[in-house]
Design a protein around this ligand. Structure first.
Ligand SMILES: [Fe+2]
Length: 277
């Protein structure tokens, strides 16, 4: 095709398609056969999803959160649960800190760094780069999703297993996070997600209490095997502290960027504090 044959609108469309393709670059640790297998599983499942996708889109539009449990095939969910369990058992890293850029809120939990996923994960790393998975998420959030702009933030996990373990109030550095819940306590033991959408993160003055007072806190309980996608950059969120000895919560967080995320100059204080040494 010559340049003359391409209308300005077509050129922009080609550029947008190229951008999307460049926004999904599997690292050398990613098993491309596994990506293809997950693509096939999700593509098959998607044929059954019409109303469920519409419901998820509607929920995301209203809450900047959508439960995505029904959007993944059951056999993939059980495989992901098993891999998360194995990785959480391998992980020995625990933190007990407060983070200044989120108003000194606490992080008390086992933190699974991106490096652990690069070295030990087959499934989550493949899911991250699955075109079909990204297509489902993009449909829910209404805009393309791209690789996170900070490698250490792409895939992380948390393991909460002690009384008082919590991921305190914070925002995310990227627009989107998909959270897979591998293990979760029943609601009376804590561990639920709480979220205040439509809030603004000023790192110099996070004003967490003011944002809580000025917004609406929604509380979401998830069973093991559930998942959700949400808008982390403008949603203040936390997990309710674990209240009972002997229960645990294990999640894996896939972070994805919007075009806006790639155009901004960012800093990553929170990820550096929680997931890197
Ligand atoms: Fe978060």
């Amino acid at each position: 095709m010559t340049i003359e044959a391409v209308s300005p609108a077509m050129t922009m469309r080609d550029a947008a398609a190229a951008l999307l393709a460049h926004g999904n670059v599997p690292g050398p640790h990613v098993d491309t056969d596994e990506v293809a297998r997950i693509d096939r599983m999700i593509a098959r499942h998607r044929l059954t999803l019409d109303e469920k996708l519409t419901a998820a889109k509607r929920q995301y539009s209203a809450e900047h959160y959508a439960r995505t449990t029904a959007l993944l095939p059951a056999e993939l969910i059980s495989e992901l649960r098993a891999e998360a369990r194995r990785l959480a058992d391998l992980n020995t890293r625990r933190i007990d800190i407060t983070v200044p850029v989120t108003g000194d809120t606490p992080r008390r939990l086992g933190s699974l760094p991106n490096s652990l996923f690069q070295e030990q994960s087959k499934l989550f790393t493949a899911l991250y780069n699955s075109v079909e998975f990204r297509s489902v998420l993009s449909t829910v959030v209404g805009t393309p999703v791209l690789d996170a702009s900070f490698e250490d933030e792409k895939i992380t996990g948390t393991h909460q297993s002690r009384v008082g373990d919590t991921h305190g109030w914070h925002w995310g550095d990227h627009e989107f996070a998909f959270i897979f819940i591998a293990e979760a306590p029943s609601i009376e033991h804590g561990g639920m997600l709480q979220a205040v959408p439509h809030t603004v993160w000023d790192k110099k003055n996070p004003a967490v209490h003011e944002n809580l007072a000025g917004g609406t806190i929604r509380t979401y309980h998830h069973e093991a095997g559930e998942s959700y996608v949400f808008k982390t950059d403008t949603t203040l969120h936390r997990t309710v502290p674990i209240q009972t000895e002997g229960v645990e919560r294990i999640i894996v967080n896939l972070t994805l960027a919007s075009l806006k995320d790639w155009l901004e100059e960012k800093s990553y204080e929170t990820t550096n504090a929680v997931y890197t040494d």
